[in-house]
Design a protein around this ligand. Structure first.
Ligand SMILES: [Zn+2]
Ligand SMILES: [Zn+2]
Length: 450
């Protein structure tokens, strides 16, 4: 099977976009904490207590951007890094020709934009929430700001007032335990935005085939590759806007982009100069050969892997999903081809058999370089050098570390390391933050960024 063409479509999401940090990003504040004699580094968090969003408001006024505080606190017998944030980023994007072309090339541009095309022009600096012509005013954006910045459908981000506890000394999960990442927050980026996992909460075929947010929602994110669910702005995959804020130019191992709920840091996509960290997850071969993950008939999704961590265990027959390449309609009304790689179940962990792989099943590693265990945001490069998000994109599908009882996330107890068979919704019942079902599902389209 060929690699998904869909992933290639994501290319415009990445790349050249420049998000300018400007002076809004205060110097990283270094607050030294002591834990068992070791200094806890808080310098990655982007602390801000004065700059407010230009477009996002709350009932009490303007909303502070980035993170308001990050400090070490004890809770019980453990220390935690406690982060407080309103969850609104300070992103400024200088529009390039490629970005404008990508926006205007949206399949539904005629209705996505009030005037059929974006109002943004090359060279314009678009601040988070600025109106670029989207027909998004039917949401709550008018009251909180941001109308016209969001593709139609998605809810608009609102001030979240998140207080997140991260274990200061993360501990690996017991080897016989599995803690799946689920819907909702699974960590925070260093600017206070939420990290969500691979899923968008949607599936085809009776909860058998789960769609991947970076693919199915490719038209449902903003020019920084993010969007909101129940007001919670989040990223499912790499964002060049954050890369710019943390100064990641690919000339060395990426800096920290965020922290997972288990306390392990999430670094950017580079392992070393111009060298991407390589995911050990691969796309299945839906050929006829059952022993290689196929279902007996070329191009048919009528089986799932018995164990996505050991493809040699073969497959189990299930009700058929969309055939490879079949058209599927997303929540935002876009039609996409369900190429190989469209669904979670199209993937398996191949580990060392992947050329150049350094990452484990959790999308992390410890190379004894002083960083300790850490996750990576993963991208893959096409032959022409263009980058696209690579499954599992950030953390997961399972956490490496234990989640504490005060964590912003929780394990999906309903699932082990098996594919979601038997109609078990891997996503429901997930970390209902703020009491709302963090489904992404309701989001509509978004834009590509070059
Ligand atoms: Zn690394
Ligand atoms: Zn989402």
């Amino acid at each position: 099977m060929k690699k998904s063409k869909l992933l290639l479509l994501l290319i415009p999401l990445l790349g050249l976009t420049a998000c300018i940090g400007e002076d809004s990003v205060d110097e990283d504040v270094l607050i030294g904490g002591i834990n068992g004699g070791a200094t806890i580094d808080l310098s990655s968090w982007i602390i801000n207590d004065e700059t407010t969003s230009k477009e996002i408001y709350s009932t009490s006024g303007s909303v502070l951007v980035d993170v308001q505080s990050a400090e070490v606190k004890s809770d019980g017998d453990a220390n935690y890094v406690v982060v407080e944030t309103g969850g609104i980023p300070k992103y400024d994007v200088t529009m390039t020709q490629a970005m404008v072309d990508a926006l205007n090339g949206r399949p539904k541009a005629a209705t996505d934009f009030i005037s059929s095309i974006t109002t943004a022009v090359v060279g314009q600096v678009v601040t988070f929430g600025d109106d670029i012509g989207y027909n998004s005013s039917n949401e709550n954006c008018d009251a909180t700001g941001g109308a016209g910045y969001w593709p139609p459908g998605p809810g608009c981000p609102t001030q979240q007032d998140k207080q997140a506890y991260f274990p200061a000394e993360p501990t690996g999960i017991e080897s016989d335990e599995v803690c799946e990442t689920g819907l909702g927050k699974i960590g925070l980026m260093v600017n206070g935005t939420s990290i969500y996992n691979w899923g968008d909460g949607m599936s085809e075929g009776d909860n058998l085939w789960y769609t991947l947010a970076p693919v199915a929602e490719q038209y449902d994110v903003d020019v920084c590759g993010g969007h909101a669910a129940q007001g919670d702005y989040h990223h499912h995959f790499y964002t060049s806007c954050l890369a710019d804020l943390v100064g990641d130019d690919g000339n060395q191992h990426s800096p920290i982009y965020g922290y997972a709920a288990d306390g392990y840091p999430l670094y950017g996509p580079y392992e070393s100069e111009n060298t991407l960290a390589v995911s050990g997850w691969q796309v299945r071969d839906y050929g006829a050969d059952v022993s290689e993950g196929g279902c007996g008939t070329e191009g048919e999704r009528s089986c799932v892997l018995v164990d996505p961590y050991d493809v040699s265990k073969g497959v189990a027959q299930v009700d058929s999903g969309p055939e490879i390449g079949a058209d599927v309609t997303t929540l935002s009304g876009n039609t996409l081809a369900a190429d190989d790689g469209y669904f979670y179940e199209d993937h398996y962990y191949a580990g060392l058999s992947v050329t150049g792989v350094q990452l484990d099943q959790h999308n992390g590693h410890d190379t004894n370089d002083g960083k300790g265990y850490h996750y990576h945001i993963t991208l893959s490069a096409a032959d022409d050098g263009k980058l696209s998000p690579a499954f599992p994109y950030t953390i997961g599908p399972n956490f490496k570390g234990e989640l504490a009882s005060n964590s912003i996330s929780e394990c999906d107890a309903a699932l082990g390391d098996m594919p979601p068979m038997d109609g078990m919704p891997p996503m429901d019942g997930m970390p209902p933050m703020d009491g709302m079902p963090p489904m992404d599902g309701e989001m509509p389209p978004m834009p590509p960024r070059p």
